[in-house]
Design a protein around this ligand. Structure first.
Ligand code: FA5
Length: 369
């Protein structure tokens, strides 16, 4: 701002010259009229009515004028600023009105659209099967536990009595995270949850865990590289193999109905001793397809039995690794395939159906949420 000057003529101050004030006013009004959105108008307001706008700067010059010149210049600049401010107000109202009209049209709900043709989503049958499987045990008083899918090698193998470089580690065809030295794997089974449960819970332990597991298996009719297992674990005083047998029988009744026999076949797992594979009688042919002259059965491939998974008595070495006294406590564990259970239960012949996400497959299982 210039210093006061008695002989100052406002006409000499360029920005206060009537033509110049008229030009600034006209320029501002034209810009306001041209603003086509509220955002644009905001910019125009800053440029033509803000603290650094030409009219605001001209207004500052008035202070330096001699008193007799102030009134006239003030009137001129003040009038122009008032016009600009009113034009802004008017344009703001117009643009807000336009926006409201547009929103009403754009966001209108067409109540005549057919609402019943929008497909509703539902949970995948693998999820609902896993839930049903764990429910059988929850009804017997078991608790559900969950654990990480990216697992420490120690939980997945070492604590489960797989010696380093034991072929069993390769047997499980592991996905290692980053490198084999990282110590991290995508869990190859839900059995690490046995160790996690024993390390974190008070005894006795009665838990089930259903979740994703990963192996480098090729996707084929009966295998997937990503599949689900349900693990069961009991550790208490006086637990025997008869308890395991009873739990498996209760599971078969819960999932497939009454009257189906089960059988154990000897097998090897480093974390159970003795170990077995558990089969149930085919719930479709009830074993008849394996009899001489029996009708062929697709569900059990005419073997009469269906393999459910692995099981056994918890190896005392696992109990020791988890700080549990094997002299006092014993336990059992099992691990069952969820996809396989779903396949048997619903006569699904190909694992591809379960992983490809085709709604023509999943819709047949209903819309359970
Ligand atoms: C195990 O994974 C053991 N952890 C089970 C166990 C738990 C034994 C507790 C003893 C005590 P196995 O590798 O057999 O075992 O796998 C168990 C089940 O997972 C199989 O019977 C099968 O139903 C399912 N399964 C295994 N690999 C695949 C695969 N690639 N795709 C789909 N299901 C699979």
């Amino acid at each position: 701002m210039s210093a006061p000057n008695k002989s100052y003529d406002p006409v000499e101050v360029t920005s206060l010259h009537p033509d110049e004030v008229a030009r600034m006013r006209a320029e501002a009004l034209a810009a306001i009229e041209a603003a086509s959105s509220l955002d644009e108008l905001k910019q125009t307001r800053l440029a033509h009515a803000g603290d650094r706008s030409p009219l605001a700067l001209a207004n500052r010059e008035i202070g330096a004028l001699p008193p007799h010149a102030k009134a006239e210049a003030g009137k001129r600049v003040g009038g122009a600023r008032r016009d600009v401010s009113e034009a802004l107000k008017r344009r703001q109202a117009e643009l807000e009105d336009e926006r409201d009209q547009r929103v009403l049209v754009e966001e209108a709900v067409d109540v005549t659209l057919p609402w019943d043709r929008v497909q509703r989503g539902a949970r995948h049958p693998v999820t609902t099967t896993a839930e049903r499987m764990t429910d059988v045990f929850v009804s017997m008083g078991f608790e559900i536990v969950e654990g990480p899918e990216v697992e420490a090698e120690w939980f997945n193998f070492d604590a489960l009595n797989f010696p380093p470089a034991h072929p069993a580690r390769e047997m499980q065809d592991t996905f290692f995270v980053e490198s084999e030295e990282s110590g991290l794997v995508l869990r190859t089974h839900t059995s690490p949850m046995q160790v996690r449960a024993l390390l974190t819970r008070e005894l006795p332990v009665y838990v089930v865990c259903a979740g994703k597991t990963f192996r480098t298996d090729e996707l084929d009719a009966t295998h997937s590289p990503v599949f689900h297992q349900m693990e069961g674990l009991v550790v208490d005083e006086g637990i025997t193999m008869a308890d395991l047998r009873g739990a498996i029988d209760a599971f078969v009744v819960g999932m497939f109905g009454e009257g189906l026999r089960t059988r154990f076949r000897p097998y090897f797992f480093p974390f159970t001793e003795p170990s077995g594979e558990v089969d149930m009688e085919c719930f479709v042919c009830r074993g008849a397809s394996a009899e001489p002259g029996g009708e062929p059965c697709r569900t059990c491939r005419s073997e009469g039995w269906i393999e459910l998974g692995g099981c056994g008595m918890v190896n005392p070495r696992v109990l020791i690794a988890c700080g549990v006294d094997p002299e006092r406590y014993s336990g059992w564990a099992f691990g069952l395939g969820v996809e396989r259970t779903l396949m048997f239960r619903h006569g699904v012949e190909d694992m591809h159906d379960m992983v490809e996400g085709d709604v023509r497959f999943t819709r047949a299982f209903g819309m359970e949420i």
